[in-house]
Design a protein around this ligand. Structure first.
Ligand code: HEM
Length: 138
């Protein structure tokens, strides 16, 4: 009887683990939602007079491709980021704190438009936050 109860507890514990093991990639809605976030983000940038000038002369197809890859990778999805480091990419742009925060607001708009719940948005932002120091005033 004791053995039976303990077996049941183990099964219940494993079932509990299975439900909490969903990756952030899955919570976001996978490849399709990430593609929608990046598309919305690019549109937001196009309409923002302060941020758009940073992208003058940029290869937007590459930006789309690498950002999708990076978001998939940081969310533990089935991708490996193959772009340049955040320090390399943003070097020489002299990004101010104001413009950085503005860009994050555009990303938040992009996620909201893609139907990502705020709780999940915050998880993704928390994973991107450590990169901030590689981009500001460089
Ligand atoms: C959480 C913040 C950010 C993330 C995760 C991010 C991520 C990326 C990624 C993945 C790329 C493409 C890398 C590659 O081509 O190898 C990129 C490019 C770029 N980013 Fe960011 N970025 C962020 C913030 C910013 C900010 C604040 C600005 C300017 C205000 C900015 C301006 C640019 C520009 C202009 C490019 C294109 C560079 C080029 O054409 O070579 N980024 N970013």
């Amino acid at each position: 009887m004791v053995k039976c109860v303990s077996s049941m507890l183990i099964i219940l514990a494993l079932a509990g683990c299975a439900t909490t093991q969903q990756s952030l990639y899955d919570e976001l809605g996978g490849k399709q939602t990430i593609a929608a976030i990046v598309d919305n983000f690019i549109t937001e940038i196009q309409y923002d007079a302060e941020i758009l000038p940073y992208f003058e002369g940029s290869d937007i197809a590459r930006f789309r491709d690498k950002l999708e890859e990076q978001l998939c990778d940081v969310a533990d999805g089935p991708c490996d980021y193959t772009g340049d480091t955040m320090a390399q990419v943003h070097a020489g742009m002299a990004i101010t704190e104001h413009d950085f925060n503005l860009t994050v607001d555009l990303l938040i708009n992009a996620m909201t438009q893609a139907g990502v719940p705020h709780r999940v948005q915050n998880k993704l932002l928390a994973r991107l936050a450590p990169m901030r120091k590689d981009m500001l005033y460089k």
